[in-house]
Design a protein around this ligand. Structure first.
Ligand code: COA
Length: 186
């Protein structure tokens, strides 16, 4: 069933679906080495990849399998990052993911945007649990998880490639599993 999105806004940030006009910004930001290293975006990231992301995000909203949204500045619609909640309808749980443009980092963009999306996930959607995987060496992502009230539930040894998506020559690294239940969101 299609996901109806409420207004997801705070004082400075707005979450909205990506559109084709965002393709150049998405492609530029996703070529950042840390995004290529710590997320599963294709590498090297092209404008075709960004177009596919726009289509995938629209399809996921339409079939109810997830909300993959851009985080933009409310004043001028500048793209600051992205936050996504994939929904597993077998367990009625979700998986959170995010990236933030290098020049917008350390301003709580990931934390605040995730909080808005998680309130929607636990509130309107009534999800029972949300998980987040972060490379153990990814101080930023583990910091965001902690700031949102997630509990570190375990570490999967050598679960991830520590490098661009699909680069089998990259070293392997540990992955932290973080979990959040509805009453734990801070
Ligand atoms: C991880 C990432 C999304 C964080 O985005 P952000 O908007 O800068 O994060 P926030 O400002 O909300 O940070 C919240 C807290 O996390 C911690 N944190 C964030 N970045 C950090 C870093 N580089 N080093 C250490 N701690 C960090 C801090 O405790 C921070 O709070 P503070 O700034 O008050 O100290 C961003 O660095 C990024 O896009 N990285 C590359 C992609 C990625 O790793 N995505 C996640 C994959 S699991």
């Amino acid at each position: 069933m299609a996901l109806g999105l409420p207004d997801l806004v705070d004082d400075d940030l707005l979450l909205r679906p990506p559109c084709l006009a965002d393709v150049p910004d998405i492609a530029r930001i996703c070529r950042d080495p840390d995004i290529e290293r710590f997320t599963r975006v294709p590498s090297p990231y092209t404008e075709d990849d960004a177009r596919q992301f726009v289509e995938l995000a629209a399809a996921a909203l339409a079939d109810g399998s997830g909300a993959h949204l851009l985080v933009v500045d409310r004043r001028d619609d500048r793209v600051l990052g992205a936050v996504g909640l994939s929904i597993d309808d077998r367990d009625w749980s979700g998986e959170l993911g995010y990236w933030v443009a290098p020049d917008a980092r350390r301003r709580q963009v990931a934390t605040r945007a995730s909080r808005l999306l998680l309130r929607f996930g636990f509130g309107e959607l009534e999800l029972g649990y949300v998980m987040l995987w972060a490379a153990a060496v990814n101080a930023g992502s583990n910091g965001v998880a902690r700031a949102l009230g997630f509990t570190h539930e375990g570490t999967s040894r050598e679960a991830m490639l520590d490098g661009p998506t699909g680069d089998r020559s990259a070293p392997r690294g540990d992955a932290n599993l973080w979990g959040l239940r509805p009453d734990e969101l801070t």
